[in-house]
Design a protein around this ligand. Structure first.
Ligand code: ATP
Length: 243
């Protein structure tokens, strides 16, 4: 499988003393991530919980190579991505990471199928027919074969999120990152979307990291970590204090 670690339990991501500092409009700086240590292995699902403003989204964006690393070390599939070129970083992101957003982020004027195909357009060197075949398979995996031709506005929130999950999975990434993937959905729809995400990651043997405020979502993951003021709390006794 493409972009996958060679052994089932191999670390997919290893963050060591990861830091992110941003410039504030007034001229000062803010240390948003203040030394995060986190390891996630193939087949694991990890929930990141914590108070609003503790740095969860910033950490996920960092793990997804959407923003540069200010300090510390980040390895994805054993490659130190803290200091690689922008080009390699983009290639790594496309090849090995699938990202799911709370707001789905689908292209409005494209069908569900075309939205999924988009993920295979950049750097995948996949022919048109193969793109279509894989995209149909990804939509089938999330139970949306019948809605392949529908545009996002004709799909429910849960269906749109399943299209977004298909788009994240179609390149068979080693790592799936999801930021509040069920935050905009009602309880039942959220449960079915989460099922789809967990089943797909289980079957493909990839690693899953989910940022969530929802303890019911966190409870379904194999592990739960708590963010507090830009770091991860590892003391079990403190778990739950800030979640
Ligand atoms: N580019 C930026 N410029 C200024 N401040 C930022 C920037 N990025 C993040 N922050 C600040 O860093 C802190 C952490 O933000 P982040 O969005 O990661 O928190 P969060 O835990 O995901 O919050 P929530 O649960 O509310 O989504 C916040 O105080 C936020 O305002």
């Amino acid at each position: 499988m493409k972009g996958q670690p060679s052994t089932p339990d191999a670390p997919v991501l290893t963050a060591t003393d990861l830091r992110r500092t941003v410039r504030l409009p007034g001229g000062g700086t803010l240390a948003v991530l203040q030394g995060v240590d986190l390891e996630v292995r193939a087949g694991e699902s990890v929930a990141i919980v914590g108070r609003s403003g503790s740095g969860k989204t910033t950490l996920l964006a960092q793990l997804g190579l959407l923003s540069p690393v200010s300090g510390g070390r980040l390895e994805i599939l054993g490659i130190d991505v803290s200091s690689i070129s922008d080009r390699r970083r983009a290639r790594m992101r496309n090849r090995s990471i699938g990202y799911v957003f709370q707001s789905y982020s689908l292209v409005r004027h494209l069908s569900a199928l075309k939205n999924v195909e988009l993920a295979l357009l950049y750097g995948a060197r996949t022919g048109r027919r193969e793109r279509r075949r894989r995209s149909r398979a990804a939509l089938a995996a999330v139970g949306l074969t019948d809605r392949a031709r529908s545009r996002p506005k004709h799909l429910s929130g849960g269906e749109q999120q399943r299209v977004a999950i298909a788009r994240a999975l179609v390149r068979e990434p080693a790592l799936i990152l999801a930021d509040e993937p069920t935050g905009a959905l009602d309880v039942d729809t959220a449960a079915s979307v989460l099922d789809v995400l967990l089943k797909a990651t289980r079957e493909r043997g990839c690693a899953l990291v989910v940022v969530t405020h929802d303890e019911a979502v966190a409870a379904q993951m194999s592990r739960r970590v708590v963010m507090h003021e830009g770091t991860i709390r590892t003391t079990p006794a403190l778990d739950g204090v800030d979640a």
